[in-house]
Design a binder for this molecule. Structure first.
Ligand code: F6P
Length: 318
């Protein structure tokens, strides 16, 4: 089952789960539309051939949803009855922290075996160095900023580029360094408006004619990208500013090789962990090895921003 916001690599993970089941002679059933489909019994048997030609596809062919009903005890009760009525006895959940929180409650109430696979572009899940979709999203963002740079430099403009990431700045920080951004605004580090102006002033004085500032959607500088544009234009007359909000394009597209390989490894590990009798864990990758983290830790834990990258970014803007 895939649930919550989709992410590139989800299809590759579904394929890996289905084929690992086939390899071990376990029957596999796809649950459509996340917890909504679990409650309604929207199931279909999947064989190794059902997942041909999807490793390269963005989105999720099982579809995804955010279910209100599953947040209620009655909803979860219905879901449990549906699963039992067709003989499903374990579930692989592919999603983010909302998906795992629902799964944990379900496991607590009905002792239903489950394993999570982290699928979200935000990379905000504890217990894994990388979530599925994050690498692809980074590549998408860098590719788009490269294009924005062409027009920014032709017109000698400053661009504020807003990227996704919900409450964390991993996409902004990594894509910002990868795209050579002048400044990167993330929720984990409050640069402050004064220092932003100072940095832009210095940049102009050093001879740069155009600049890209990457802004994480959850940034806490106190102004959104459009207000930042006005603020900079009011305080630094030498700047002509434009804004680009990248939005949901960051969630789409064919998964990168990294995400496909990660999805394949996670799918195998998820199914084989269930077969070993493990439950209520999330599969992750830590130091390039597959690792299991209890779901409650994965949900409650915090991911740390890479401080070294912040310093690299500062040095690069010299
Ligand atoms: O969690 C993935 C994500 O794309 C976040 O980066 C973003 O804040 C959110 O989902 C957007 O959610 P929705 O698709 O419901 O607008």
């Amino acid at each position: 089952m895939t649930s919550g916001g989709d992410a590139p690599g989800m299809n590759a993970a579904i394929r890996a789960v289905v084929r690992t089941c086939a390899y071990h002679n376990v029957e596999c059933v796809g649950i459509f539309r996340g917890y909504e489909g679990m409650i309604e019994g929207d199931f279909k048997i999947l064989t190794a051939r059902s997942v041909n030609n999807i490793i390269n596809k963005g989105g999720t062919f099982l579809k995804s949803a955010r279910s209100k009903e599953f947040r209620t005890k009655e909803g979860r009760q219905k879901a449990c009855l549906q699963l039992k009525s067709v003989g499903i006895d374990a579930v692989v959940l592919i999603g983010g922290d909302g998906t795992f929180t629902g799964g944990m409650m379900f496991n607590e109430e009905f002792n239903f075996p489950l394993i999570g696979i982290p699928g979200t572009i935000d990379n905000d899940i504890y217990g894994t160095n990388f979530t599925l979709g994050y690498d692809t999203a980074l590549n998408t963002v860098v590719e788009v900023i490269d294009k924005i740079r062409d027009t920014a430099s032709s017109h000698k403009r400053l661009f504020f580029v807003e990227v996704m990431g919900r409450d964390v700045g991993h996409i902004a920080l990594n894509a910002g360094v990868g795209a050579g951004a002048e400044e990167i605004l993330i929720p984990e580090e409050d640069l402050g408006l004064e220092r932003l102006l100072e940095s832009l002033r210095r940049s102009k004085q050093s001879g740069k004619s155009s600049s890209i500032v990457v802004v994480a959607e959850g940034d806490k500088i106190g102004k959104n990208v459009f207000e930042l544009k006005d603020y900079v234009e009011e305080n630094l007359e030498e700047y002509e500013v434009r804004v680009s909000v990248l939005g949901h394009m960051q969630r789409g597209g064919s998964p990168s090789c990294f995400d496909r390989v990660l999805a394949s490894r996670m799918g195998v590990k998820a199914v084989e962990s269930l077969l070993e009798g493990k439950s209520n864990y999330m599969v992750g990758i830590l130091d390039n090895k597959m690792a299991l983290t209890p779901l409650d830790k994965a949900v409650k834990g915090h991911t740390e921003i890479n401080k070294e990258l912040l310093r690299v970014s500062d040095i690069m803007t010299t």
